[in-house]
Design a protein around this ligand. Structure first.
Ligand SMILES: Cc1cc2nc3c(=O)[nH]c(=O)nc-3n(C[C@H](O)[C@H](O)[C@H](O)COP(=O)(O)O)c2cc1C
Length: 231
C-alpha cells in the first residue's frame, strides 16, 4: 500500500492532511485577532481524556514577543543550556530514527541551499526559530505541569487541529519545539509560574510562496514500518 494514497476530489480531509507542511516563511500580512481565536477554538474541538482539555495557547504580541525573542537569541548565542520540562527524543536515538531525523534536516537545508558542513548557514536558520520565523502570529503552547504524558497527547491533537484549521484557510504554521530548550527563561520573561510547562511555540500566518524554505518536503515511512497485524 503506498504511504500517500491519491486524494479523491471528494475527500477534503485527505487533501488538507496531504497539503499541510511546516511553513517557515511568511508574508507580513497580519491576521486579525478574531481569525486567530477562531482557529484556536477549532483546535480545541480536539478530543481529550475525560474532556479535561489541557494546556494553554498564549498569543505573544508587541514588546513582549520582541523581548522574548531577544532573550532567547541571546541565551542561545551564549551557549546557555537548561533542562527541558519534558523529554522528547529517545536517548540515545536508535539508528532507524536517526535516519529519519537526518532526512528531515536534509530536506530543510536542501531547500535553503545550506550545505551540511555550513555551520554558520545552519545556525543562521536555526536562530529563526526564536523569531517565530517572523510570522505575523507567535503562539506559545504550555501545559499544566501536573499532567502526565496523556495530557501531552491531548494537547498534540489540539495542535494538529490548529495546523489543519490554518491549512483549510490557506494559512501556514510551524510548531517550534526549539523553544522548549529554554523553559526557565521563557517563564521568567513572561511572568509564568513554575507550574506552567513550556511545550513549544507555533508560528502562524500567510505562507510566503517565494520563500525557498517553504519548498521543504518531508516524506513518511511506509506502513510496513509502523502497522502491525496480530491475528
Ligand atoms: C512538536 C513539534 C515541534 C517542532 N519543532 C520544530 C522546530 O523547533 N523547528 C522547526 O523548524 N520545525 C519544527 N517542527 C516541524 C517538524 O520538523 C516537521 O513537522 C517535520 O519535519 C515533518 O515535516 P512537515 O511538518 O512539513 O510535514 C516541529 C514539529 C512538531 C510536531
Amino acid at each position: 500500500m503506498p504511504c500517500h494514497p491519491p486524494v479523491t476530489p471528494n475527500d477534503p480531509f485527505a487533501q488538507l492532511a496531504r497539503e499541510r507542511r511546516s511553513v517557515r516563511g511568511f508574508l507580513p500580512t497580519p491576521l486579525n485577532d478574531d481569525t486567530v481565536l477562531e482557529l484556536l477554538q477549532l483546535a480545541r474541538l480536539a478530543p481529550s481524556g475525560a474532556n479535561l482539555q489541557p494546556g494553554h495557547f498564549w498569543v505573544l504580541r508587541g514588546p513582549i514577543r520582541q523581548r522574548l525573542t531577544d532573550r532567547l537569541v541571546h541565551a542561545w548565542k551564549n551557549g546557555q543550556q537548561e533542562t527541558e520540562d519534558y523529554g522528547y527524543f529517545p536517548q540515545p536515538m536508535p539508528m532507524a530514527l536517526k535516519r529519519r531525523q537526518v532526512a528531515s534536516a536534509q530536506a530543510l537545508y536542501g531547500a535553503l541551499g545550506v550545505a551540511r558542513e555550513d555551520r554558520a548557514g545552519r545556525d543562521a536558520h536555526f536562530e529563526r526559530n526564536f523569531h517565530f520565523f517572523d510570522a505575523p502570529v507567535a503562539l506559545l503552547v504550555t501545559m499544566e505541569h501536573a499532567f502526565g504524558s496523556g495530557g501531552y497527547m491531548d494537547l498534540g491533537m489540539a495542535l494538529y487541529g490548529l495546523m489543519l484549521a490554518a491549512q483549510s484557510r490557506g494559512l501556514g504554521s510551524c510548531a517550534i519545539g526549539a523553544l522548549a530548550s529554554y523553559p526557565g527563561l521563557i517563564r521568567q520573561t513572561l511572568g509564568l509560574g513554575d507550574h506552567v510547562h513550556i511545550v513549544c511555540g507555533v508560528a502562524l500566518g500567510h505562507p510566503d510562496p517565494d520563500a525557498p524554505v517553504n519548498q521543504t518536503i518531508t516524506s513518511r515511512c511506509e506502513p510496513e514500518e509502523y502497522v502491525r497485524y496480530l491475528d
